[in-house]
Design a protein around this ligand. Structure first.
Ligand SMILES: [Cu+2]
Length: 141
């Protein structure tokens, strides 16, 4: 009798737990981390005030054997081009803009890739091989 009541209480508790667990992740805190293109763009924006127009239009790809674009932010004038120049590694240049600011570069280990930017704006991009760990932004004024 006592055991039966305990079993019923346990079943009831388990049932309410199951209901509670059906959406037990407030703010999606239980979801795996997901690369957020919008957030990265926001992060880049926070540094805009410190930017100067330097080494305009040239990005070294994989400089120092690192998975990076250097400099990661380049500022040019509308109508100018950016030249990505491969130094090391196997990388590509993929626009994050919608619609894309330029067609994807091939993934390659050497050579150059050139894109022209006609319209002012911010144009984030990433390496198609290394994703979120290898990103950059073109600022067109
Ligand atoms: Cu890469």
């Amino acid at each position: 009798m006592r055991a039966a009541r305990a079993a019923a209480l346990l079943a009831s508790a388990l049932s309410s737990m199951a209901v509670g667990c059906s959406d037990n992740c407030p703010n999606n805190s239980c979801s795996p981390p997901v690369f957020d293109l919008t957030m990265r763009r926001m992060d880049d924006l926070s540094f805009l005030g410190d930017l100067a127009i330097t080494s305009a239009g040239v990005v070294m790809v994989g400089a120092g054997a690192a998975n990076s674009f250097s400099p990661s932010t380049v500022t040019i004038r509308a109508g100018q081009s950016v030249t990505w120049s491969w130094v090391s590694g196997f990388h590509s240049v993929v626009s994050d803009s919608a619609p894309k600011a330029f067609a994807d570069s091939p993934a390659q280990a050497s050579g150059q890739f050139i894109a022209t930017f006609a319209t002012a704006g911010m144009y984030p991009y990433h390496c198609g091989i290394h994703g979120a760990m290898m990103t950059g932004t073109i600022v067109v004024q």
